[in-house]
Design a protein around this ligand. Structure first.
Ligand code: FDA
Length: 390
């Protein structure tokens, strides 16, 4: 049986980072993944350009039972630590918005960086290799035979995009070793609607605009909303989905910062015979303006709108209320909310408190970031932290 100092399950962002760090410290490390290639989610991330970190990392940007759990690792290996590795590899990048850093070129550059660092640290990588039973101690049955190591890192990610090889393996393994797992659900995911609301939205498919969206009790997200033929998507809606729960409403300001009454008064002065849709077309996408105009003031010339009607229209546009019925689920979710309970892990090393030698890093842990590079930063930071302890 082959023996290592540490075996890492999952060659994603967190697993590769943990492997690099442990390998650099002279540990004999084996990484096993059932996928044919490493870092598949990195490859498809950020529209193919990988939003690899965010410069504004703080506890409020993370969800979980204890959002502060992530801070120790995030402080010890923060955004600038990863950026300096990206710079050293000659990968150029840019800030898109809100502190979000993307590669100028392809996301595969980040995968290549990690693979190169792993090879330099003499990490062994077994791809396309199924993992079977895991016994205490730790001994693993794999498609390439049994392997053993005193330290085992679970970096098998969340349940999102099962088509790409996502499994519940990490959660099940945690439970098998007696660790609590908090409720998991799809997050950063488009929201879906009942027939009536969907029929109203359907003609708007493809329309996108800047909004401020908020789920009940959640923070406000000033980002873009996108109408799709299945419901609502776009960064603002993906962010809100992490806070939304079944039965709750979502509130959207369709014209943040716009004085709607002033816009309508000006339009009334310029051409009182125009309809509400035409008047709104100056401040929002025309298709949406006409659709909303037809619903809020059908047939009416804006010169006929009373001040009370203008106020009502303004309130409706600044506080559009809707009630999603669900989400598109793990099929399209970017991440999984919930996971291995952080109360059972050491925040400095990611080691399970009750199971010496067993570590959990990355998305499998109950730490979920906002959209915008926070999830990769958590993967880098938690992988790095475990790598120092292996
Ligand atoms: P990750 O999922 O990356 O890796 C887990 C690995 O374990 C995989 O290689 C998988 O094959 C393997 N595995 C799973 N089960 C196994 C089993 N039973 N046996 C063997 N191997 C197994 N985040 C961000 O910060 N910026 C961004 O731009 C994006 N963009 C983005 C786009 C899309 C479409 C998605 C789906 C997700 C993102 N994300 C993101 C989220 C980000 O991809 C995610 O948070 C990290 O990849 C998590 O890293 P991990 O290493 O924890 O898991």
């Amino acid at each position: 049986m082959k023996t290592y100092d540490a075996i890492i399950l999952g060659a994603g962002a967190a697993g590769m980072m943990a492997a690099i760090e442990a390998g650099r410290r002279g540990r004999r490390v084996l990484v096993i993944d059932h996928a044919k290639s490493a870092g598949e989610k990195i490859r498809i991330s950020g529209g193919g350009r990988c939003n690899f970190t965010n410069m504004t990392v703080s506890a409020e940007r993370f969800l979980g039972q204890n959002p502060r759990f992530a801070l120790s690792a995030l402080k010890r290996f923060g955004p600038w630590d990863f950026i300096s590795r990206v710079d050293a590899a000659g990968i150029t990048w840019h800030e898109k918005a809100l502190g979000q850093l993307f590669c100028d070129g392809k996301a595969t550059q980040i995968v290549e960086l990690l693979l190169r660092d792993m090879a330099e640290a003499r990490v062994e990588l077994w791809l396309d290799c199924a993992i079977g039973e895991v016994r205490e101690g730790f001994t693993l049955a794999t498609a390439r035979g049994d392997v053993t190591a005193p330290r085992l890192v679970v970096a098998t990610g969340g349940k999102s995009i099962p088509k790409m090889g996502a499994t519940s393996f990490g959660y099940k393994l945690a439970e098998a070793f007696g660790l609590p797992v908090t409720e998991t659900r799809p997050a950063l995911v488009p929201l879906t609607f009942a027939t009536q609301e969907l029929e109203w939205m359907a003609p708007l498919s493809g329309v996108s605009l800047p909004v401020v969206a908020r789920a009940e009790g959640g923070p406000a997200f000033p980002e873009a909303l996108l109408f799709t033929h299945r419901g609502l998507s776009g960064p603002a809606v993906l962010q809100v989905s992490s806070y939304w729960r079944e039965g709750q409403g979502v509130k959207v300001d369709l014209l943040p910062g716009v004085d709607v009454a002033a816009v309508l008064r000006a339009a009334r002065g310029a051409n009182g015979r125009q309809g509400l849709g035409a008047a709104l077309a100056g401040v929002m996408p025309e298709r949406l303006a006409r659709h909303l105009g037809g619903g809020l003031a059908p047939e009416a010339a804006i010169s006929t709108l009373s001040n009370a009607a203008v106020e009502r229209i303004s309130a409706a546009l600044h506080g559009w209320q809707m009630t999603p019925v669900g989400s598109e689920g793990y099929r399209t979710a970017e991440v999984t909310l919930g996971g291995v309970d952080t109360a059972a892990l050491d925040a400095r090393t990611m080691e399970a408190k009750g199971v010496p030698g067993l570590y959990f890093v990355g998305e499998v842990v109950d730490v979920t970031g906002w959209l915008g590079g926070y999830n990769f930063q958590w993967a880098w930071s938690s992988g790095w932290a475990a790598g120092q302890a292996l």
